[in-house]
Design a protein around this ligand. Structure first.
Ligand SMILES: [Fe+2]
Ligand SMILES: [Fe+2]
Length: 375
């Protein structure tokens, strides 16, 4: 008897998973297939569907494969279950079975660092290769390589697409896509709400920023999904008018720098900080870095993380921005994020001066910080 185990975060399951499992089933002809969605920490951003929804997506994904069961082993325990524990459990259930683990080539390189590698060596591994990947088998592992190359789809990239309103359905098996749509997962519900409450132009800007923010994050080694999510919510403070924004900031003691002076002289600047508060309270975002990116997307601050800088730049360089600098800034940001960050901070201060508006002290501090990054 052969049992094939396929673990993953499946957030959401996609065509890459499907192609991998298809090939594995053809190659191995297993008597049983177990799909095991992994538990994800609710405090880590970048994953988005709650465990029950993810279990439903994985079930929809598994339907077309015969003799396949979705095993909620990890989701029920509500903690990360190590692969050696999963193997021990399978061994207990099928003492005489041949156990096979299915994984992508990116997993294989890390196997040596996993807990209890000696237990992992006792199972067999089936590996599918992503385009361009090389097979490096860690010593002592029994590995069979699946024929062909598997599509380079990732759940992170898919979520980034969903958050920014870019096409996504072709990367997902149909029954999975239907469930995502019906249950309004991966930001679809937020997009519905924001389109109702923001103007058409503001919504177009929002999705433009989400798309650029995701793209810049990917290019510069940040989490594209977290960046696109921050982009989707960055202007959510604008669902309030300035009077309501000021009331909200005072009542909730939102940390707007120089709060009273800001609310008097340039109340619209509060939308970023109020937006971060709304992202947390109303939309349930928990990741500190994402919230910080939203709070500081307009004025910035010294010590901004790279994700914060990505959103700061994406906000003034997005494709919907009418001013001539936007296009050049976009190009620059793809090549050199910190140079673009400095240019963005300079441009903002220049506009404030040209238009005779109040110079917020935080703007100058951000500029000094940006200059420091370049030297
Ligand atoms: Fe904004
Ligand atoms: Fe914006």
């Amino acid at each position: 008897m052969k049992v094939l185990i396929f673990g993953g975060s499946f957030d959401p399951p996609h065509r890459g998973h499907e192609a991998l499992l298809d090939a594995a089933v053809k190659f191995l002809k297993p008597d049983r297939v177990l799909i095991v969605p992994t538990w994800l920490s609710p405090f880590k951003e970048g994953h988005a569907a709650p465990p029950s929804a993810r279990a439903a997506l994985v079930r929809a994904f598994a339907k077309k494969f015969p003799r396949t069961f979705v095993d909620l082993f990890e989701l029920r325990r509500k903690r990360r279950v190590y692969t050696y524990e999963l193997l021990a459990e399978a061994r207990r259930r099928w003492p005489r079975a041949e156990l096979w683990l299915l994984a992508g080539s990116d997993t294989l390189g890390q196997l040596g660092q996993w807990r209890r590698p000696e237990a992992l060596r006792r199972a067999s591994w089936l590996i599918g290769m992503r385009p361009g990947a090389k097979l490096r088998v860690p010593p002592g592992f029994h590995v069979a390589r699946l024929r062909g190359r598997f599509p380079d789809v990732s759940s992170t990239e898919l979520r980034a697409r969903l958050y920014s309103g870019r096409p996504w359905k072709r990367f997902v098996p149909k029954p999975v896509a239907r469930r995502i749509k019906r249950r309004r997962l991966y930001g679809l519900a937020w997009r519905d709400e924001l389109s109702r409450e923001l103007s058409k132009d503001r919504m177009r800007h929002t999705l433009g920023v989400a798309a650029l923010s995701g793209e810049l994050a990917r290019r510069h080694g940040e989490d594209a999904s977290a960046a696109a999510l921050a982009g989707l919510l960055h202007d959510c403070g604008r669902v309030l008018d300035t009077a309501a924004m000021a009331r909200y900031a005072r009542r909730r003691r939102v940390p707007v720098p120089w709060r009273e002076r800001t609310l008097e002289r340039a109340p619209l600047l509060a939308h970023a900080y109020v937006g971060a508060e709304l992202a947390r309270r109303r939309f349930g975002v928990t990741a500190a870095d994402t919230l910080a990116a939203i709070a500081h997307h307009t004025l910035g601050r010294p010590g901004m993380s790279r994700l914060e800088r990505v959103l700061f730049v994406a906000d003034i360089a997005s494709a919907d921005r009418p001013f001539p600098e936007a296009k050049a800034l976009r190009r620059l940001a793809r090549r050199d994020l910190d140079e673009a960050f400095l240019e963005a901070a300079r441009a903002k201060l220049r506009w404030v001066r040209e238009e005779g508006r109040w110079e917020h002290p935080m703007g100058l501090r951000t500029l000094r910080y940006a200059e420091g990054l370049r030297s």
